[in-house]
Write a protein that binds this ligand. Structure first.
Ligand SMILES: Cc1cc2nc3c(=O)[nH]c(=O)nc-3n(C[C@H](O)[C@H](O)[C@H](O)COP(=O)(O)OP(=O)(O)OC[C@H]3O[C@@H](n4cnc5c(N)ncnc54)[C@H](O)[C@@H]3O)c2cc1C
Length: 300
């Protein structure tokens, strides 16, 4: 591996970074934690010869509360999200997903913006971002715009980011205290594995287990992460019981469009999605699923 062939730009401020990006556009590859980009370099497949190193941009390292919203700076790492009290209290589904990403070393370096920028349908932070109604802020030297995460991806490795834009912030909605949630991921081994299927779900059950609302997002089962909107619709307003759990899980397994690849076949992924959704909703029915605490005493 010969790093000397790369020109590395290391701006110290966001303005400086946006200026370089304005000039270089697609000639530079953005690099944050480097946990995806360094693999491309090691494998000799990175086509750009210049790197725009974002790691000195301290102004993009933050987690802030703003009313019902949590604002996450683009350079925030998984470990920082895992340690954040507001994220644990009001978006714990994201914490659960972060804890499954690689091992400690990867969680110390990898960033949320890097997972978005990498645009893999198997990116593990993405299903939670979908069910938390996340928005992605894109900034260029001239302007900024905000795109819902559900509209950000165009396909595997493809996003709406223009070559002169940086992801600078991700905003997520706080989940209401008391809601049930689960993030489940199936890989080829227990830890340090790419998702074969992943599911994020937030479900609002009333005291009689009627579903007031449900959000279900799946990873690695379509060209981009997707919401299972048909299944969400069929479930809303109905009494959660074993029959409905089976109906929802079957609906999800039919609604997805997984491919066959080295990790698993289409049929296997459909069955895995069925199993993960069934298991999560069964836990909600039995009262053993996790619940958003929101920091309110008495609500688990
Ligand atoms: C051993 C190992 C295990 C892994 N396990 C998992 C796993 O379990 N689950 C999972 O989802 N991922 C996993 N990954 C992939 C990787 O860790 C994540 O995708 C991580 O979030 C990437 O973040 P980063 O900051 O390191 O990104 P980088 O590698 O720096 O960049 C990734 C991509 O995002 C772009 N980018 C970075 N920052 C920005 C920005 N601010 N604006 C726009 N584009 C940007 C880069 O140009 C690049 O295309 C693993 C990687 C390794 C090496």
């Amino acid at each position: 591996m010969n790093y000397s062939q790369y020109t590395v730009h290391s701006p110290q401020t966001l303005n400086e970074a946006l200026g370089i990006l304005k000039e270089k556009q697609s000639e530079v590859r953005l690099i944050a934690g480097g946990t995806d980009v360094m693999v491309l370099i090691k494998d000799g497949v990175l086509k750009e010869k210049e790197l725009l190193n974002l790691s000195y941009l301290d102004e993009l390292k933050y987690i802030r509360e703003d009313g019902n919203i949590i604002k996450v700076g683009a350079l925030t790492t998984y470990r920082e999200l895992e340690k954040s009290s507001v994220v644990n209290l009001s978006a714990p589904i994201l914490v659960d997903a972060c804890k499954t990403i690689g091992a400690t070393q990867i969680q110390n370096l990898g960033t949320l913006a890097g997972n978005l920028g990498n645009a893999s349908p198997a990116g593990d932070s993405l299903p939670p971002l979908y069910v938390l109604n996340a928005n992605v802020k894109l900034q260029s030297a001239e302007s900024e715009r905000i795109i819902p995460v559900s509209e950000f991806f165009l396909g595997p490795r493809k996003t709406k980011r223009a070559p002169n834009e940086l992801i600078t912030e991700i905003t997520i909605e706080k989940a209401k205290p008391g809601l049930h949630y689960f993030f489940k991921k199936l890989g080829l081994r227990e830890a340090n594995a790419i998702s074969l299927v992943s599911v994020a779900c937030i479900v609002d059950l009333d005291k009689d287990k009627k579903i007031n609302s449900i959000k279900l997002a799946l990873g690695a089962v379509a060209p981009t992460v997707m919401r299972a909107v048909k299944s969400e619709k069929l479930a809303t307003g109905r009494q959660l019981d074993l029959n409905l759990i089976d109906e929802i899980a079957r609906g999800v397994s039919e609604e997805i469009s997984p491919i066959t690849d080295i990790r698993g076949s289409t049929e296997y992924r459909r069955r895995a999605a069925y199993g993960l959704v069934y298991e999560g909703l069964y836990e909600a029915l039995m009262g053993t699923a996790k619940r958003v605490s929101g920091g309110i005493e008495g609500v688990y």
